[in-house]
Write a protein that binds this ligand. Structure first.
Ligand code: ZN
Length: 385
């Protein structure tokens, strides 16, 4: 069948829209729900009822074709035992992703290279790339990167909220003032294996060293602009410009848009959500009830959709439409008033068009830029030096 004929059949079946761009989000924490008792990705959920933001019905509704599904590991002790249990945790996250896709082979497909994304969309399925948030599970054995690559991982960041064996975190006190010696080897190994280097959560010193050391462009999978809100997780304009000059891309986050004091009840609930796949049905019900009570008593100001767009439009102004994308941290703390889950994503496209961005620009922002970076990363690895 000719490609155009195939597309017409798919459009008729409601499986694809020929004129719609491919839309990927580069940081989906949704795998925290995959092993959760009673949770089905094919059912439409709501954050209020079960604290999830991404499922198949909402992806269809929001026109989200897929993205990078995250193997997130909380930072633990830098000991042999800590490394071993983190490794097991991260492997299980990948297993859960494989199991989810295997259970729905007509709806989802694992993606391993940039060209897979358009092919999977054209076949009427959602695109499942895998990425690592926090390289702590590698321990001190960089050959583990090869193991995770074989599991399908194609992107990784060195660090999360706390410093680790590889690098300083944006939200911890400087220890190495950049990468550790092992962290510099991590960069070389990432380039050699064709894995995208993710600078989100890294300190500014680590970011600068990534740009200097990496032979391929890098990504910030879920970050924002300091000019919009001054937070260590956001980048200043000079660094965003340097990222663009080196061919990289910043994927705009929906977190860190506004100052928020800590709220103990909400933090406690969020901590329990991180291990929701280990809770029984009763424990989950208690978690949701506690969340609803904590949310009802949470009167802190909350970021809204306009603030998210301000962040996105500022990055576009600084870096240009070839170097910005979207990674809103769904199921990892993302979501703002007016954009609560992925069903609301058409608002982003509408706001970009209203701001004067062309269909070509919008297509680059929704996936073209990150896939270009991925192709360059693949080419650097293929060149073998
Ligand atoms: Zn994160």
């Amino acid at each position: 069948m000719k490609k155009t004929a195939l597309m017409m059949v798919l459009v008729a079946a409601g499986m694809a829209h020929a004129d719609e761009p491919l839309r990927l989000d580069t940081h989906l924490d949704t795998p925290i729900h995959f092993g959760r008792a009673g949770w089905d990705i094919m059912t439409r959920h709501s954050y209020h009822d079960d604290m999830s933001q991404v499922d198949y019905p909402r992806m269809v509704e929001g026109g989200l074709d897929g993205g990078f599904f995250v193997l997130y590991t909380p930072q633990g002790p830098l000991t042999a035992q800590g490394y071993a249990s983190a490794r097991d945790w991260a492997v299980m996250r990948s297993v859960h992703i494989h199991e989810m896709v295997a259970a729905h082979p007509d709806r989802f497909e694992l993606a391993f290279k940039a060209d897979d994304a358009a092919r999977i969309k054209a076949a009427g399925k959602r695109v499942v790339f895998q990425s690592i948030e926090n390289s702590y599970p590698l321990g001190t054995d960089l050959s583990m990167l090869e193991t995770f690559r074989r599991l399908g991982v194609r992107m990784a960041g060195p660090v999360h909220f706390l410093n680790n064996q590889f690098a300083d975190s944006a939200t911890d006190k400087p220890h190495f003032h950049g990468f550790s010696p092992l962290g510099k080897q991590w960069v070389a190994e990432m380039n050699r294996l064709g894995l995208i280097i993710d600078g989100s959560h890294s300190s500014d010193d680590v970011f600068d060293q990534m740009l200097a050391l990496s032979k391929a462009p890098i990504i910030l999978s879920h970050s924002g602009c300091k000019a919009v809100y001054d937070h260590p997780r956001n980048l200043d304009d000079a660094r965003i410009k340097k990222l663009a000059e080196k061919g990289g891309v910043i994927q705009i986050n929906s977190v860190y848009l506004i100052k928020r004091e800590d709220n103990a009840a909400m933090s406690a609930v969020d901590d329990r959500l991180e291990v929701v796949d280990q809770l029984t049905a009763d424990e989950q019900a208690r978690l949701i009830a506690d969340y609803q009570a904590a949310a009802a008593g949470d009167h802190r100001p909350r970021a809204n959709f306009d603030m998210f767009m301000q962040n996105l439009l500022h990055a576009l102004q600084i870096a240009g439409a070839d170097h910005v994308g979207i990674g809103a941290d769904w199921d990892g703390g993302g979501g703002v008033t007016g954009m609560e889950d992925v069903a609301d994503l058409p608002k982003v496209t509408a706001a970009l068009k209203q701001a004067g961005y062309s269909d070509t620009d919008v297509a680059k922002i929704w996936s073209g830029n990150v896939l270009r970076v991925m192709r360059e990363v693949e080419a650097v690895a293929a060149s073998g030096h």
